[in-house]
Design a protein around this ligand. Sequence first.
Ligand SMILES: Cc1cc2nc3c(=O)[nH]c(=O)nc-3n(C[C@H](O)[C@H](O)[C@H](O)COP(=O)(O)OP(=O)(O)OC[C@H]3O[C@@H](n4cnc5c(N)ncnc54)[C@H](O)[C@@H]3O)c2cc1C
Length: 437
Amino acid sequence: MNLETRKHFVVLGAGPMGLMAAMELLKGGHEVDLYERDDRIGGMSASFDFDGLEIERYYHFICKTDFALFKLLDELNLSHTLRWVDTYMGYFHRGKLQDWGNPVALLKFDGLGLIRKFRYGLHALRAKSVKDWRPYDKLLATQWIKKWIGQRAYDVLWKNLFELKLFEYTDRISAAWIGTRIQRVAKSRRNLMHESLGYLQGGSATLLRAMEHYITERGGRIHLQSGIERVEVRDGRVAGIVVNGTELSCDAVISTAPIQYVPRLVPELPRDFAARIEAIKNIPVACVILKLKQPLSRNFWTNINEPGIEIPGLIEYSNLNPESGVSIVYAPFYMPKTHPKWSRSNDELIDEVIGYLPHINPQFHVEWVLARHCHRYDFAQTICPPGFYDMLPPMRTPVDGLFMADTAYYYPEDRSINESVNVARELTRVAMAGTPK
Ligand SMILES: Cc1cc2nc3c(=O)[nH]c(=O)nc-3n(C[C@H](O)[C@H](O)[C@H](O)COP(=O)(O)OP(=O)(O)OC[C@H]3O[C@@H](n4cnc5c(N)ncnc54)[C@H](O)[C@@H]3O)c2cc1C
């Protein structure tokens, strides 16, 4: 690439999307500086020191359809670190932990009649077979599910999961959003009876470190604890950024942080464009993580619908990735910040989860808890109502040289590192084509 066409790009955010964007820009021959507010790379996929164990702040599993991720692993010579495990699901309902996630478990499930179970199974098969989710973008998720399985089965199997993740947005979500989630897990199977999920040896950190290495080896620079405070705009185009009070020049900025930050960083954005961004809502998460002396169950994922238990499920991560040698359990509290529980301390939320565990396993004793923690993230889950395709603002903003995307752009796909890789490829394609000379 000659000096005329080589541009200096700034990437905002060093989560998987920002790292992938930096990799793509370097491949395109550009100069790249990547700025991250946190003291580490990874964003939602970052790990922390959990009492001597390096582990993700939030659980991560891989599905058989995560093709963009597989391609990246191949490129980084990491395919050998991908492990597949036959995982189990459970459903805690009517005071007992029941099997879930295969046809026999559905037949045996205590809480629904045979015809309703049959309708539930048909709906799952339908969701698995959909090829084009566009028409489902116009439908409401709860109406679509109720039409297939009926009100009673919805109340038993779905209502709690929706309400404890989406609260007042429960009846405002698109069918495409929920359908792709059902499909992703339904397609991640070894056969009809066995779900098969993946993890990376060493966790997501294995991938993140390799991406970091790729970037720095090729001359990209990663700046940690360097939150971008403002994007400088002159004559309608990006002139630079402000970090720690210092202005630094660049040709273009690619933001991969939650897009809600963008209008604050770029007050020059036209009001109607900023309003489109602000119309997109998110649900925060407070995710409890526990290290236990003994496994709670054999399940990786346990859905919960039980009066008095106010979490949608438990993820016993060590039943997917056993590397830690102890039991690791995550329990997410998704909730809007207006929810009274959000103002509770992390310790109160952790105690609440520990209080639920004897229900799941009557043998559980508080002495099993070896370590405890809780992480919060404000932009954990985008709210995707019907018509969301049309709500998403373009990646190329009206400010020349300013591009943006975040996890909302996965739509209708599920939240995953795989989708960050996909979106980063599209974002950098748009940015490299659209950066002014
Ligand atoms: C509870 C939970 C469970 C999940 N489970 C899975 C799973 O099972 N499988 C899976 O694949 N994925 C899972 N994910 C999703 C996965 O973690 C995300 O899809 C992925 O990490 C998103 O990466 P990103 O780079 O797009 O965004 P983010 O991770 O949000 O990264 C954005 C980055 O921008 C930084 N930033 C913000 N403002 C600034 C600023 N002004 N200047 C500089 N930097 C800034 C932030 O600090 C952050 O590091 C889960 C996420 C959560 C929360």
